[in-house]
Design a protein around this ligand. Sequence first.
Ligand code: HEM
Length: 241
Amino acid sequence: MQFLTIIFSLMAYGAAAVFVFGILCKIMVYAKTPSPLKIPTTPAPTTSFGAAVRVLSEVLLFRSLYRSNKWTWLGGVVFHWAFLFVVLRHLRYFLYPLPAWDMKLQYIGIVAGIVLPIAVLYLLMRRTTVDRTVFISSLADYFALTLIFFIAGTGLMMKFYERPFMVDIKGFVYGLATFNFSAVPTDPVFLVHFTLVMILLAYFPYSKLVHAPGIFFSPTRNQADNPRERRHVNPWSPNLT
Ligand code: HEM
């Protein structure tokens, strides 16, 4: 039992460290990468504030995906919002006392948990049936979706089928978060759920899932269309400034 707790605790800290380190490295690379050209996709906002609103509309509403393909947009938007609410519901394992706003999100979190695997199946179906998408899909695309599907599946099993003892789960997870260790619950479904989440965490920064922070650095979206008002300097040509 103690051995299992040590293994799972090390796995959790290892995955968290790989995640944080990996994301920070990626963000540093993105932030340092110069944008030699003014390339906002037009029609684009002409002010920085407008560009910020544009980026937010991509992040929250997937605006350009909506314009390009309504069905993919629907699957993508439902998947991402469901994922967000599932994660927000999970804060109850990490926080004590749980803030009132998160308490209010618990029910919608359960609904999101049911919607999530359905959205994943839809996106998988798209990847395996739409010709041009099949053509550009790689193993990594199927892997990420399948992993999330099994995380959601084992989560739902715990919710509706084989309920583990929640106090033990909170004790373990909260213990990890506050360095106040307690024994890992031995419920096999929980152990699988937890292990898959740790794999997702460690995989995230080194996969295409890193588009989550990456979108903020996309020059076609975050640049204002103001080359006539302000000269855009190519950082590779300092002598021309
Ligand atoms: C350390 C991280 C995590 C822990 C400790 C954890 C633990 C749990 C537990 C104990 C349940 C059962 C809840 C209940 O019966 O009331 C559950 C459910 C669930 N989990 Fe996780 N989970 C984690 C991360 C995730 C992540 C990242 C996802 C996203 C894909 C996820 C998806 C789900 C889903 C969809 C459910 C079913 C709906 C619900 O009860 O919220 N879990 N999880």
